[in-house]
Design a protein around this ligand. Structure first.
Ligand code: TXA
Ligand code: MG
Length: 322
């Protein structure tokens, strides 16, 4: 982890440096028109795991993928008819769309938390656009603040919360909107507002999901007890596998596959959802997971494992959750 966070001006040299750092797998906070994002290469699971580590975030919520233009967005996701009106005249400021992920998108499963959809956004703020252009790839980014604290709208805010925990912050002045993006997703092929934010939807045009409403669907991941589960049943804190279990190891516990040989929490986080997918692909019915230390990034891993291990609402439901 870096000792000191570089403060980069949003000029050519600063943008080039920020792009180099991202390409090396480091974390760079950058300004958008809504709030500052804490960015990592969205294709690099280890880098994305670093986001959770730096924020001290105790659970893996899926992250927004930031791309340069609509063409790049289409390489990663499919855009059903119903969302096209929103981007007909270009991607508007402060809007995020949750749409179906393409199979070979290259996006780390830690970004989507293993879901089949992806939250995608094209920022309009010039420093963000310049960074996306220089970097050339998709950038995953939640708001650039320690977990549980308010979002940052200046580079100073970012420094206050994350100095020493990230490689750099690109100083692009004050975010004009100062509030997170509006998130619109699809429910039964109809657009619905999943989170209100900077992009203003005229009153009454779209349904806004209430938390209670959302909790019965996949759209509001953080609120479900049982979620992101693989098809197989999950058992936690398993030092030894029982007959018929597929054992996911960690550190000294080898297992059939391991989250991290070296007991590295960041590597384990980066591999977690991919391991669930692998279990599904193998048709595994019962997964035993080795104990994961419950500190730092381990808390987020255990949060997800608890959700995966939680009682399932009804038979057959597990298959729909993927
Ligand atoms: O303005 C913003 O949106 C900022 C800037 C940096 O882009 N980002 C931000 O990210 O606020 P974050 O991580 O704080 O919020 C992202 C939200 C989460 O509530 C997450 O659950 C939701 O997006 N989300 C991401 N992917 C999703 C998906 N596939 N389905 C449903 N919700 C998703
Ligand atoms: Mg946030």
């Amino acid at each position: 982890m870096p000792e000191e966070t570089e403060r980069l001006a949003a000029d050519e040299a600063g943008i080039t440096r920020a792009a180099e750092l991202l390409a090396s797998g480091a974390l760079v906070a950058f300004p958008t028109e809504t709030v500052y994002g804490l960015g990592a290469d969205a294709r690099n699971g280890l880098a994305v795991a670093g986001i959770y580590e730096a924020k001290g975030r105790p659970s893996f919520n899926p992250l927004i993928t930031h791309v340069r233009d609509i063409g790049r967005a289409r390489e990663i996701a499919r855009f059903p008819e119903a969302v096209l009106p929103f981007i007909r005249n270009g991607w508007p400021a402060g809007l995020t769309l949750v749409v179906p992920l393409r199979e070979r998108s290259g996006i780390s499963s830690l970004v989507t938390a293993g879901l089949s959809t992806v939250a995608i956004r094209v920022p309009v703020w010039p420093p963000a656009k310049a960074l996306l252009k220089a970097f050339g790839g998709p950038i995953a980014a939640p708001s650039a603040n320690p977990s549980g604290r308010i979002s940052s709208t200046t580079a100073d805010h970012v420094m206050t919360g994350l100095n020493g925990r990230i490689a750099a912050v690109l100083d692009g002045g004050v975010s004009s909107a100062g509030i997170e993006s509006t998130i619109i997703g699809l429910r039964d092929e109809e657009p619905v507002v999943l989170r209100e934010g900077a992009f203003v939807v005229p009153d009454g045009v779209l349904r806004v999901t209430s938390p209670a409403d959302a909790s019965s669907h996949v759209d509001s991941p953080g609120q479900l007890a049982s979620h992101y589960a693989p098809s197989g049943l999950v058992r936690m804190n398993a030092r030894v596998a029982e007959p018929g279990e597929w054992h996911l190891g960690f550190g000294d516990i080898k297992g059939n596959a391991t989250l991290s040989h070296d007991g590295d929490l960041r590597e384990a986080a980066a591999r977690l959802f991919a391991a669930f997918h692998e279990a599904d692909a193998r048709g595994v019915e019962r997964i035993a997971v080795a104990p994961i230390p419950d500190h730092e990034l381990g808390r987020a891993i255990n949060d997800r494992l608890r959700r995966a291990a939680a009682p399932r609402p009804s038979p057959g439901h597990a298959g729909q959750r993927r």
